[in-house]
Design a protein around this ligand. Structure first.
Ligand code: ADP
Ligand code: BMX
Ligand code: MG
Ligand code: CA
Ligand code: ZN
Length: 368
């Protein structure tokens, strides 16, 4: 619009998030102002470099800053380890393909620009794979020959450790555990398919549900109030479900909970039929909603057990502690007897993907 001044907020959202305090830094992204004057419309636009190029610039500039810190801390940097979403060829240092979760992040050679700028050796792998490396070196995977890790963030990542080695597969697509499908239809996934466990149980999937309920004014109950400009998140939904859990048993039979939930989920019944939900009923709906996510994830884990037969499943990411026990329950209900003893644990590492990226560098002498 003509009367709207061009503002810094035109920058890519991903960049604005990373640099909420220091946005000027990002304005170095090579861009042009473009003007198109026509008989009807006058258009002004900022045309930026392709997002993958500016993303690489951002990685480079953050790495340069970190190197300065390392000098101050008297650290000698041996190399750069990169953990990223997407299918990665670690030998070539290339991201082969990404889902819509990271746009324009396919056929990207990340090693060359990092090496050329920082003059350090560069290792690269998928984030779930890195999380598995971290568990092996620093976490609950120490001394465990065969384990699988599942990391819940925006999406769901996975890493498979078999005979003490990461499994990459024939086209570097092994361990894409978020895309294990647990239904023939089911919600759409960022990968282009549907019914994937990521589409049910990832942070983004829960956020999608939380936002839908919030927009329909259903999410506004005790313990759920949003502070200031805070966005509705997966954690809000889980907190509501926890609250629902503590009150549910007293008021409803399992059957009536399911019926109630269907009413809300196939929604608009609330609005169109003037159905009045009590506070506890609303909370119970959240509980059922989050249970659907846990069940999908649990069924996915059962599939993993039947395919890989690992001796341990390690969950990490912000939702791990919530999902652990429901997954264990699904295993006992639905896995083959021989798999039922497999333990599901939550990671005690704070940033498994980041630590795994570091471990590729620290173990370099044996890995390259
Ligand atoms: P990424 O997916 O970029 O690797 P994270 O692993 O940090 O990022 O996970 C971010 C996702 O996890 C968000 O999409 C959000 O759904 C959820 N999340 C993480 N931390 C919180 C939090 N403190 N409150 C609410 N949601 C969170
Ligand atoms: C997606 C996929 C995986 C990744 C997972 C977790 C892309 C870009 N990402 O399923 O490779 O491991 O997300 O990613 O294809 P995160 O964003 O939750 O960390
Ligand atoms: Mg991540
Ligand atoms: Ca993986
Ligand atoms: Zn998928």
């Amino acid at each position: 619009k003509l009367d709207e001044p061009l503002q810094k907020s035109f920058c890519f959202p991903i960049i604005r998030e990373a640099f909420s305090q220091d946005i000027d830094h990002i304005l170095e992204t090579h861009s042009a102002l473009a003007v198109d004057l026509g008989g009807t419309n006058l258009r002004v636009a900022i045309v930026c470099m392709r997002t993958f190029e500016s993303r690489i610039q951002l990685i480079l500039s953050m790495c340069k800053d970190a190197i300065q810190d390392a000098v101050r801390l008297n650290c000698r940097i041996l190399g750069v380890g990169v953990s990223t979403g997407g299918r990665v060829n670690p030998q070539e240092g290339v991201i082969i393909h990404s889902t819509q979760l990271i746009q324009e992040w396919s056929t990207v050679d990340l090693r060359t620009p990092l090496f050329d700028t920082l003059h350090l050796p560069v290792w690269l792998d998928n984030d779930g794979n890195c999380a598995a490396l971290a568990e092996k070196k620093f976490g609950q995977g120490q001394g465990v020959e065969n384990f699988v890790t599942i990391i819940t963030g925006t999406g769901i990542g996975g890493g498979i450790m078999q005979n003490n080695e990461l499994v990459h597969g024939s086209t570097f697509c092994a361990g894409e555990l978020g895309h294990i499908m647990v239904s023939l239809d089911g919600p759409e996934c960022m990968c282009g398919s549907r019914g994937c466990i990521e589409a049910y149980a990832s942070g983004m999937a829960l956020q999608r549900e939380a936002k839908r309920l919030h927009d329909e004014d259903l999410l506004k109950v005790d313990g759920m109030e949003l502070k200031g400009v805070e966005a509705v998140s997966a954690v809000h939904l889980i907190n509501a479900a926890r609250l629902g859990n503590s009150r549910a048993q007293a008021e409803y039979s399992v059957n009536s909970i399911a019926v109630l939930c269907n009413l809300v989920l196939t929604h608009n019944l609330v609005l169109t039929h003037n159905l009045v939900l009590t506070h506890n009923m609303v909370l119970t709906c959240y509980l059922v909603l989050v249970s659907a996510a846990s069940t999908a994830l649990g069924v996915g884990v059962v599939n993993i057990l039947h395919m890989m037969n690992p001796s341990l499943i390690i969950l990490s990411g912000v939702l791990a502690s919530y999902y652990r026990s429901p997954i264990q329950d699904i295993i006992s209900q639905r896995a083959l007897v021989s798999s039922q003893s497999i333990m599901v644990v939550t990671s005690d590492l704070e940033e498994p993907a980041l630590l795994g990226a570091a471990s590729m560098v620290l173990d370099f002498s044996t890995r390259r």
